[in-house]
Design a protein around this ligand. Sequence first.
Ligand code: FES
Ligand code: FES
Length: 215
Amino acid sequence: MMLPEWLSLNRRTFVAGATATTALTTAPFGGALPSLARTTDLPAGGTSDVTFEVNGEARSVTVDTRTTLLDTLREHLNLTGTKKGCDHGHCGACTVLVNGTRINACLSLAVMHEGDSVTTIEGLGTPDDMHPMQAAFVKHDGFQCGYCTPGQICSAVAILDEVGRGVPSHVTDDLTAPVALTNIELRERMSGNICRCGAYSNIAEAITEVAGGQG
Ligand code: FES
Ligand code: FES
């Protein structure tokens, strides 16, 4: 059967690529890799100074411009309360507050935050002087392994602020009425924070209690 010209070109490209891949994967361990293996090298990154406020303190760091806010907090500022789960924006473990708004720190570069105010779990409270949301999580057993907990608590603090400001969510029916933190609203707003231990019911109870205390 005659193949159209565009398809036969693609077949030739595919065969050439497959041959090169085979050559790479079958090269003896001691042999020098062909130059094709080096074409994916990343260019050297530049560095940049960033000055921002972290948990109420002015901090300056020099980072590779490709460094995420999450890695900057953990690796450069030793604030390891913020957790790295997926590193891809899927789990919410890295949630922090930037100028009062929650973000996934793994999806944000440090250099984007010059002059910003960042709050991590360490900035909300301490074991001796807990934020009401931290205290409620303890009271309601809102965690098991605790890995997701810093992100859950930062998100929880932010959603109470969102609701207070009338910011609608995907499940808000009436965009003209004041927003109420119903169970469905709470679960929708917290849906970006995954808990592999499944402590969701207790987390919801903790947040509801704090929300009630604020109402
Ligand atoms: S580590 Fe950032 S969302 Fe999972
Ligand atoms: S308490 Fe273990 S992941 Fe949430």
